[in-house]
Ligand binder design. Sequence first.
Ligand SMILES: [Zn+2]
Ligand SMILES: [Zn+2]
Length: 149
Amino acid sequence: MPPAPELETTLRGASLRVTRPRLAVLRAVRDHPHADTDSIIGAVRADLGEGSHQAVYDVLRVLTTAGLVRRIQPSGSVARYEARVGDNHHHLVCRSCGVIADVDCAVGETPCLTAADGQGFVIDEAEVVYWGLCPDCSTTSDSGRISRG
Ligand SMILES: [Zn+2]
Ligand SMILES: [Zn+2]
């Protein structure tokens, strides 16, 4: 599969050298929003035919530091990665199956919540996670409870 030109442009725009592993990881994160590291490793291996854990971890760290990838980690979850960056969107997380969905920032700019008492801090971000049950889990939770017996 030839590397997508816009992925190369994205890497160069962040002053990063274009390498096959970086292209593969960036593509994997784009194609699988909120994927965990294992899923990304699987996608990279399917793409490149190789990809060690350490190599993928290293690339994820580089892309995250460069601001091309955002790392999120809801409480109780492993780290997840997404390529939707810079728009201060928030996440809906299902307590039952752990699925994560994007939700636009309620206000549209950071910080989207005003602290009741900022205590002199210069606040530039409010991390918001909406917890609940996804549509699938909220409709099947009754049968799930029965079959667990
Ligand atoms: Zn769910
Ligand atoms: Zn997201």
